[in-house]
Design a protein around this ligand. Structure first.
Ligand SMILES: [Mg+2]
Length: 341
C-alpha cells in the first residue's frame, strides 16, 4: 500500500513548499541552447492564464502559454493576505525553483526574478543531476514540472508531483482567490477502486463501493497537498474569514453522488479533511465544469481529463500514479466512454 508522502512538517513554522522545474532543460547538454526558457516566466498582470504569460514571456501569441505565472501569482496573492493577517508567521507558500542547470546560470535567474518582482527566494541548481533527490530535503509538498519523467521519479519517491500543461485557450481566473481542483481516485485517494473498474467494470465498482462505504480509501499522492492547503485555510477561518477565504478547494470526480460518492466524502472526513466543494459528475466530462470553476490548477491521473481541462482553458496537471497509467486510453474513444473514474 502506498503512502504519500510529504505532508506538512509538524514542528516547523513554514507553510507548504512548492517546487517548480521550469520547462526546457531536461538534460545537461541541452542546457545552453534552452537557457533563455529557463528564466522563470515573468510576473503577469493577474487575470488571464494564457494572454498574460504569453505577453510577458515574449513568445508569439500562437505559442502555448506558460502555465506557471498564473499559479505563482495566485500563491503570492494568498501569501500577501497571510502576511497581513499574521505578520510574524512564516507559514506561507514557499516556492523553490529547481533546475538541473549549473550554478553559473543562477545570476541570470536571480536577475530575472528580481526584474519581474517574483517571490522566489530559494533555488536548487543541481549542475546536471536530477533535482528529484533534493525534493525531500526541501520538504516539498508539491513538485510541478513540464518534464513527465522527472514527475514520475518524484511520485516514485513518494512526493506529491504533477506534470503541468499549458491551457489551449485563455480563461480568466480569480485574482483574489486561489482555486485548486482535485480528482479523487488515484489523486487524493489511492487507486484501489480504480483497479476494480479496470479489472471488473463499472457495475462491480458500484457494488464494491457500496459494500465498502464505511471503509476509508487509502491515501493518494496529492492528499498531503490538500492537507497543507487546509492548514492555511484554517488560518483564515480563525480570523473569521471563512467565506472570504482566499483558498478554495474542489473535488471533481467522475464518481456519482448516489452510488459511490459517499465513500469519497467519508474518506476525507476520516482524515479530518474536506474540500469546499465536491462535484460528482457521474461520468460526465469534467471540462465544462472546470470552465465554470476556473481553477488555477486542476489535478487528474487520467490524461483525457487533463486534456479536457486544457481544452477549456484551465491549467491542468497530470499525476502519473495508479493503474490508469497502464491503461492509457486512445484519445479517439474518450468521447465514447466517459464513465471512467
Ligand atoms: Mg482518477
Amino acid at each position: 500500500e502506498r503512502g504519500p508522502t510529504t505532508t506538512g512538517h509538524p514542528g516547523t513554522e513554514r507553510g507548504p513548499t512548492t517546487s517548480l522545474s521550469p520547462p526546457g532543460c531536461s538534460t545537461l547538454p541541452e542546457c545552453p541552447p534552452c537557457a533563455p526558457k529557463d528564466v522563470p516566466t515573468p510576473h503577469p498582470p493577474l487575470g488571464t492564464a494564457g494572454a498574460a504569460s504569453r505577453a510577458l514571456s515574449g513568445v508569439p501569441s500562437a505559442a502555448p502559454p506558460s502555465p506557471l505565472p498564473v499559479v505563482l501569482q495566485a500563491l503570492e496573492a494568498v501569501n500577501a493576505q497571510l502576511r497581513e493577517l499574521y505578520p510574524d508567521s512564516e507559514e506561507l507558500f514557499d516556492i523553490v525553483l529547481m533546475t538541473n542547470n549549473h550554478a553559473q546560470v543562477g545570476v541570470r535567474l536571480i536577475n530575472s526574478i528580481n526584474h519581474y518582482d517574483l517571490f522566489i527566494e530559494r533555488f536548487c541548481m543541481t549542475g546536471g543531476n536530477s533535482p528529484i533527490c533534493y525534493l525531500k530535503a526541501y520538504h516539498t509538498n508539491l513538485y510541478l514540472s513540464s518534464d513527465a519523467e522527472k514527475v514520475s521519479g518524484a511520485i516514485e519517491e513518494g512526493i506529491a508531483a504533477a506534470t503541468i500543461f499549458s491551457p489551449s485557450r485563455d480563461l480568466e481566473v480569480s485574482e483574489k482567490q486561489l482555486r485548486v481542483a482535485f480528482d479523487g481516485d488515484a489523486v487524493l485517494f489511492s487507486d484501489e477502486s480504480e483497479q476494480i473498474v479496470k479489472a471488473h467494470g463499472l457495475d462491480m465498482f458500484f457494488e464494491h463501493e457500496k459494500a465498502h462505504e464505511n471503509k476509508p480509501l487509502a491515501q493518494g499522492p496529492l492528499k498531503g497537498f490538500l492537507e497543507a492547503l487546509g492548514k492555511l485555510q484554517k488560518k483564515f477561518y480563525s480570523k473569521g474569514l471563512r467565506l472570504e477565504c482566499p483558498i478554495r478547494t474542489y473535488l471533481v470526480t467522475a464518481r456519482s453522488a448516489a452510488s459511490s460518492g459517499a465513500r469519497a466524502l467519508k474518506t476525507l472526513r476520516s482524515w479530518g479533511l474536506e474540500t469546499d466543494e465536491a462535484l460528482f459528475l457521474a461520468g460526465a466530462p469534467k471540462g465544462p465544469l472546470l470552465r465554470k470553476i476556473r481553477p488555477h490548477i486542476f489535478f487528474d491521473d487520467q490524461m483525457f481529463h487533463v486534456e479536457g481541462a486544457q481544452e477549456m482553458g484551465a491549467v491542468a496537471a497530470h499525476v502519473p500514479y495508479g493503474v490508469a497509467q497502464k491503461h492509457k486510453r486512445p484519445a479517439q474513444d474518450k468521447q465514447q466512454t466517459p464513465n471512467s473514474k
